[in-house]
Ligand binder design. Structure first.
Ligand code: SF4
Length: 354
């Protein structure tokens, strides 16, 4: 065996004994076969939310990596056939999944292949195509998180511009109707409520309605707190049962990112609807090649992808061609104990799959 191969093997076998389990020391090049991926099925959206780059139509501008399009059924099948290790896929990201006309077929195909599909990044659910509620239930779509930031149309539409709250609630009822009809557990539904100054007084009411609709509930902090600023932090803490009322406080207290998207480079790499490997769900600055052309495993092992991981771990300096260099979260990651968060995450994922 060549010296280089021995060296590589040795570096993988060298392990950290963290929490009693073993992890490779060389985390930058650690990339097991993908079991979980994120694959956007539609980057199109009908709403115009003012803090979202899709709502602002920035993803359609030249040079943006996301673009405006749908994943095709053929592409989906191809990717699954080429990567039999895949067990679950998060299909929501910058757009609204229900705008993809091939979604019913994608859901059926995933069901046949025993692959769990989720939309935890979120859906606005303003449009539920005919037959979709039954498809979600019949083919055991796993989890659906619905973004509803208000309990009155007046409050809801301030951020969800163009949205209709009653329509969303009716669509949830439709899904619940089929869950009852089939005596089904899935899809598990969650109500996500972003806390703004204009809706913070509705948190408890939203929680109550969520319960009535058989949904879990999550109140989430605003990533751009200067827009729609909160008014009463103490009441928010009380209503959300948390000891912090915004993202900065959370990150300072917990010494980790509020939404740790950077971990996805290891645990669930994001792929765009057109096959571009983005790495994480935040990245719209550039890509790491195209998995349809180069293959997923090969793209994950590319020098550029591994360099990005080494950068996040603080092992390499920023490099112009790495998308993270343009991302605000990279500046935060550099100040937080990112390696420890990653080790914990890998450990947990590993244990779950024992
Ligand atoms: S720094 Fe930004 S682009 Fe890079 S992995 Fe983290 S969230 Fe994604």
């Amino acid at each position: 065996m060549k010296k280089e191969v021995w060296k590589r093997l040795f570096s993988v076998l060298k392990t950290d004994r963290l929490f009693g389990r073993q992890l490779p020391t060389d985390l930058a090049s650690y990339q097991p076969k993908p079991r979980h991926i994120r694959l956007e099925v539609s980057s199109k959206c009908q709403l115009k939310c003012s803090l979202c780059i899709t709502g602002l139509r920035l993803t359609r501008q030249k040079g943006n990596s996301i673009g405006w399009g749908n994943l095709s059924l053929d592409t989906f099948k191809k990717l699954i056939k080429q990567n039999p290790s895949i067990q679950s896929i998060e299909i929501s990201n910058y757009g609204e999944i229900f705008l993809n006309p091939e979604l019913p077929e994608i859901i059926k195909y995933a069901f046949q292949k025993k692959i769990k599909l989720s939309a935890i990044n979120g859906v606005n659910l303003n449009h539920l195509p005919l037959g979709m509620a039954e498809t979600l239930v019949k083919y055991q779509f796993y989890k659906l998180k619905v973004s509803i930031d208000g309990t009155t149309q007046e409050a809801y539409q301030i951020y969800r511009e163009g949205g209709n709250l009653q329509q969303v609630l009716d669509n949830i009822e439709q899904i619940n109707h089929f869950k009852e009809k089939y005596n089904a557990k899935y899809p598990k539904l969650k109500w996500q409520f972003i806390i703004f100054g204009h809706n913070e007084h509705q948190i408890l009411e939203a929680k109550k309605i969520a319960e009535e609709l058989n949904m879990d509930f999550k109140a989430k902090f605003n990533y751009t707190p200067k827009k729609f600023p909160i008014q009463n932090p103490e009441k928010i803490k009380q209503d959300t049962l948390q000891d912090v009322s915004n993202i900065n406080e959370y990150e300072e207290k917990n010494q980790q990112l509020y939404s740790p998207a950077c971990l996805q480079l290891w645990t669930a790499p994001q792929i765009n609807w057109d096959g571009k490997l983005l790495g994480c769900c935040v990245n719209h600055f550039g890509d790491f090649g195209n998995v349809l052309q180069d293959g997923l495993t090969q793209s994950l092992q590319s020098e550029k992808y591994q360099y990005a991981k080494a950068m996040l771990l603080g092992e390499k300096p920023p490099r112009e061609d790495i998308p993270c260099t343009k991302c605000k979260r990279y500046q935060k990651v550099k100040k937080l104990p990112f390696r420890e968060s990653l080790q914990r995450e890998l450990q947990e994922k590993d244990i779950k799959h024992q």
